[in-house]
Write a protein that binds this ligand. Structure first.
Ligand code: FMN
Length: 195
């Protein structure tokens, strides 16, 4: 097998979801974040709509993001059941990362390109970022849940309502060995060949 192929296969297979609570706490130089974003821009895009949009949070902005996430989770601090421990855990999570890249989709105007294609293109852009992060020895995690697709997250990102929020990509330096990858079923169970 040629060397590039060996590297490509290992980058794809060894990329992992690495949660922020295992990050080392060290900061990543912005230069690497720009390299990661550059690769996102090479995702395939039907009609060159290039629908991926990102907002990068670092430093103090991670605290603002954390407060937003915790407030969204428990919008009424006076309500019965308010859980300070849970609030703090959610509020502090972005600060465990070096950078958090909020992900959004801005659809093009061509009616022949449905939204599902635009979301697919953004997912490919995120995969590019994730693979690039792994190749740089960094740890990444795409976080979704209810807030990920909310108008509130889109507003927090200061994007207008032509955009759809699609979650958060946490980036940090790994604090421990990557978790072991696993798949429940073999690819052969998900493919049917016809000839
Ligand atoms: C679109 C998308 C959203 C995800 N959202 C979450 C999430 O909210 N919480 C979580 O723990 N993992 C999330 N993940 C990561 C998956 O749990 C992870 O990819 C899966 O466990 C396989 O692990 P691996 O990425 O290390 O191969 C998400 C992955 C994708 C592709």
């Amino acid at each position: 097998m040629n060397e590039a192929l060996v590297h490509l296969k290992s980058i794809i297979a060894e990329r992992r979801t690495v949660k922020p609570d295992t990050f080392s706490g060290e900061l990543i130089d912005d230069h690497f974040i720009n390299q990661i974003l550059e690769q996102a821009n090479w995702a395939p895009t039907h009609g060159y709509t290039e629908p991926w949009r990102f907002v990068v949070y670092k430093g103090e902005a991670l605290k603002r993001l954390g407060r937003f996430l915790a407030d969204y989770d428990q919008p009424d601090p006076e309500a019965e059941g308010f859980n300070q421990i849970r609030y703090d855990r959610i509020a502090n999570r972005p600060g465990l990362a070096s950078h958090v890249i909020a992900i959004a989709m801005k659809p093009g105007t061509n009616p022949k390109i449905p939204e599902i294609e635009e979301v697919s293109a953004v997912a490919m852009a995120v995969q590019n970022m994730w693979l690039m992060s792994h190749a740089l020895g960094l740890a990444g995690y795409w976080s979704t849940g209810k807030v990920a697709f909310s108008d509130e997250l889109r507003d927090f990102m200061a994007l207008d309502d032509s955009h759809q929020a699609l979650g958060l990509f946490y980036l940090g330096k790994p604090g421990k060995e990557n978790p072991k990858g696993r798949r429940i079923t073999d690819i052969s169970t998900k493919v049917r060949w016809e000839s």
